[in-house]
Write a protein that binds this ligand. Structure first.
Ligand SMILES: C[S@@+](CC[C@H](N)C(=O)[O-])C[C@H]1O[C@@H](n2cnc3c(N)ncnc32)[C@H](O)[C@@H]1O
Length: 431
């Protein structure tokens, strides 16, 4: 049977128990960590604790995780992760905080509350920054029963400096989550907090562990499948920024995608069931032919990486590069600009392997410039020096990591373009 074991209650008098007095609660926490042992088979005996630090952000933060992960968070000083330093230069921070915020939260027909621009916002501007209220280790789901997890979550929220801000958040999820159980209708302890978590939390990965994070301010932003804004996590995932993909006019609603970008209509509809609303954004309400075209492009984009890799490994270098270039247009047609940084980097890698350093540099630079603009390379004050090799090692995934084969004609130090048979039309870097 499963059962939450309140560690500090159970182990009265046991030498393993740490007893804290109000004066020696370990820094940086503002409460004595309260610990529970998992009795589920998979994680039996594993300990999870609630760590609250009420010095950060608008509400303080409660983190539910293992003592080891909490120690890492302390050692790496993740709680000091100041969102201003992460996302803004000193000057931008002053702009954002000395003037009125460029948005307001208000009611929107059929969506509850939403966030609207109050002035024109420029492409890649940082509109909002926020700090997490609750950070919940996803392993909790396996380690404890649903009710046990709810109890822990309720305590995590109770311990916050301003729990009422969290409790006022939308709890309007559709109830189609795997952690829902038959007793979903009850309004027992932690039910509201769990619903709030399911409706609002963003996933993050910190030091190899997966977390659900609740951000009180950012959570007011509604979903669109073709959104005008995106979220950017700090290294610790404890602070987050909202930036814009494009210019936004005063009065426009800010939107982010709750789903991984690039999915087809059917996949999006299925995934959105969790939130219990029907997507009415421009992409989801396209006429059926246009929707089918969009889905086709999305499928081709999704398959493109493995096709490119296959061609490259079959010595069809020109075809591979041609397909990567075609991909750019498809990505743009689909409004998936977020994918371009990886596509440019892939082209850079292909040209580098082909021994064409200048072309490789040009594509890599496009990827770097876009990532820098989007804020992924840190704020402007702290950006690293440009170095193509280092950059290409860090960036990208999929084909970008897997493609490593140097064409046979170049392996012994050759370098003739004829040897590669690359189509001259593909040689110029696109504008
Ligand atoms: C993270 S919250 C967004 C803010 C929320 N509207 C509020 O009032 O706090 C997610 C919830 O907002 C609503 N929502 C978000 N995007 C929506 C959309 N595109 N259309 C309708 N409802 C939406 C759904 O109820 C969803 O469960």
């Amino acid at each position: 049977a499963l059962g939450v074991v309140a560690f500090d209650k159970l182990l009265q008098g046991n030498s393993q128990q740490t007893v804290f007095s109000q004066n020696d609660i370990p820094d940086p926490w503002s409460h004595e960590p309260s610990c529970f042992r998992s009795t589920s088979i998979a994680t039996a005996g594993k300990q999870f604790c609630i760590y609250t630090a009420n010095t950060t952000g608008p509400t303080g933060v409660s983190i539910i995780t293992t003592p080891e992960a909490a120690q890492t968070i302390e050692e790496l000083q993740f709680l000091d992760d100041n969102p201003l330093d992460n996302f803004l230069t000193h000057q931008q921070a002053q702009e954002l905080f000395t003037k009125d915020p460029p948005y307001e939260v208000r009611k929107v027909e059929g969506k509850g509350l939403g966030v609207f621009a109050t002035r024109k916002i420029l492409k890649y501007e940082t509109v909002m920054i926020d700090q997490a209220s609750v950070v919940e280790d996803m392993e909790i789901e396996k380690a404890f029963s649903a009710q046990e997890a709810r109890t822990m979550l309720a305590q995590a929220v109770n311990q916050l400096r301003r729990p009422q801000i969290v409790r006022a958040m939308s709890s309007d999820h559709g109830g189609h989550d795997s952690s829902d159980t038959e007793d979903d209708d009850d309004d027992g302890e932690g039910k509201l907090e769990t619903d709030i978590m399911l409706t609002n939390a963003y996933g993050s990965e910190v030091t190899g562990r997966k977390f659900r994070n609740l951000f009180p301010l950012i959570s007011r932003i509604n979903h669109a499948c073709s959104p005008n804004s995106y979220v950017l996590f700090s290294r610790a995932g404890i602070s987050m920024a909202i930036k814009t993909y494009r210019d936004i006019e005063a009065g426009e609603e800010l939107s982010v995608s709750y789903l991984t970008l690039g999915q087809t209509f059917a996949h999006r509809t299925h995934a959105l069931r969790r939130w219990g609303f029907t997507c009415t954004c421009s992409l989801c309400t396209l006429p059926s032919t246009a929707k089918a075209e969009s889905d086709l492009r999305r499928s081709l984009i999704a398959q493109s990486d493995s096709k490119i890799l296959e061609m490259w490994n079959a010595d069809k270098y020109s075809d591979a590069i041609g397909l990567a270039i075609e991909g750019i247009q498809m990505i743009k047609d689909e409004g998936l600009e977020h994918f371009l940084t990886d596509q440019y980097a892939l082209l850079a890698k292909l040209w580098m392997l082909a021994g064409e350093r200048k072309k490789a540099e040009a594509w890599a630079r496009k990827s770097w410039d876009m990532l820098a603009g989007m804020g992924y390379l840190g704020n402007e004050d702290e950006q690293e020096m440009w170095d193509m090799e280092t950059f290409l090692e860090r960036v990208g995934s999929g084909a970008m990591k897997a493609v490593n084969r140097v064409p046979a004609s170049l392996r012994d130090g050759g370098g003739s373009k004829e040897g590669l048979g690359v189509d001259e039309r593909l040689v110029e870097v696109q504008k």
